[in-house]
Every structure is written in C-alpha cells, then in structure tokens.
Ligand binder design. Sequence first.
Ligand code: GRF
Length: 215
Amino acid sequence: MARRPVAVLISGSGSNLQALIDHGASPEASYEIVRVISNVAGAFGLERAARAGIAHQVIDHRGFASRAAFDQALGRALAESGAELVCLAGFMRILGPELVEAWADRMLNIHPALLPSFKGLHTHEQALAAGVRLHGCTVHVVRPALDDGPIVVQGVVPVLPGDDAASLAARVIRLEHRAYPLALDLLASGRARVEGEVVRVEPGTPTLIVHPELG
Ligand code: GRF
C-alpha cells in the first residue's frame, strides 16, 4: 500500500518527531514524513529532520501581524507539501478554527495526559496535585477546542510514591514515543476511522499502551 504523506509541526526538541521518523523508516509503516515545519528557528527538531533527509522549514509566528495571517501561511505550506495528514508534535501554538476545520479528521496531536483530564500546560503537576494513581498520554484528532477531540491511542503509566513532575514526565514520554507512531499508522492505514467524535478501529487493533508495571 502506498505510504500516506504526513507533515509534522514542531516547536522544540522533537523527540516525538524522532519516534515518528524512526518508525516511518520501517518497512511496515503506512506513512512517510514529507515535511517538518517549526514556528521556532533553531528548534532541535529541525536538526532531526535534516539528519533524516526530510524537507523542513521555519514559519515564525512573530513575523505575522495576526494569528489568522500565521495560520494562512501555515495552511499554504501544508497544502504545498503534499501532506494528507498533519501531526502536531510539541507544537506550541494554538491553531485557529479555520485551519483546524480545513484539516478536520486529518490532524493529530499528542498530549501528555489521559484526556479528557488535565488539559493545557503543566499536565504532570496537575496529575500530582489531583493525586491520581494513573497518568499517561493521549494521541487525539484535533478539534478547534484546546486538547479536545476523538481519541486514537492512549498510554498509561502508574503514578508512584515519591514521583515529582520530572520523574513522571520521563515515564510518560517513553510511552508517547510508542503511542504516536501507532496512532499515526492506524489513521494512515485506515485501520482507525474517525466517526463523529469517536475513533473506531477494527476488532483486535491495539489502541492502548501499558507501562510494564501495570502489567
Ligand atoms: C510532549 O510531551 C508532547 O506530549 C507535548 O509536548 C512535548 C513535546 O516533546 N505536546 P518533544 O518536542 O516531542 O520532545
């Protein structure tokens, strides 16, 4: 089956981008990353793209008079890249509804919490403050509201006594690196389909990644 072309939007280190690149290099991957776009010049993710030989560019939001103008430039770059799917991977700008609607059901995000809990920033601090015993990450289809949308894959980790935000973040991000390639593969291959506000998968399709301690 032809690989679906994907664009990845980043703002920083791009460790999730790296996981997508690494999985994308395997013969069974159902996607190919055709463009990486960063809104931050010098983001390490751009270096990762360069090393992998992937076309990459900077669109700095500070160069635009309005959020809408930035979104339009981003939309043009995405269209021009030939991407059929878009992954937000540590992309720290909120996209306006027009761009999100243009990519409805074709844009994914990864969030470091078990949605719908702990939206926004500082998710590990939020989880510790709430005293939850389970935490994790969610790959979801992007909707106009922040950290909202149909869930594709979740990864769950335990919250252990003595955890701080850093130890929890380290446990969660290891699962992020497995959850994102899985979710993108499911969507790209058609094994996952967005039906309204839920994602349906064929029976037997894995959509949950469990930390070994939860066995
Ligand atoms: C990840 O924790 C992701 O869930 C969040 O931003 C972080 C990005 O990390 N949206 P990286 O740039 O992929 O290393």
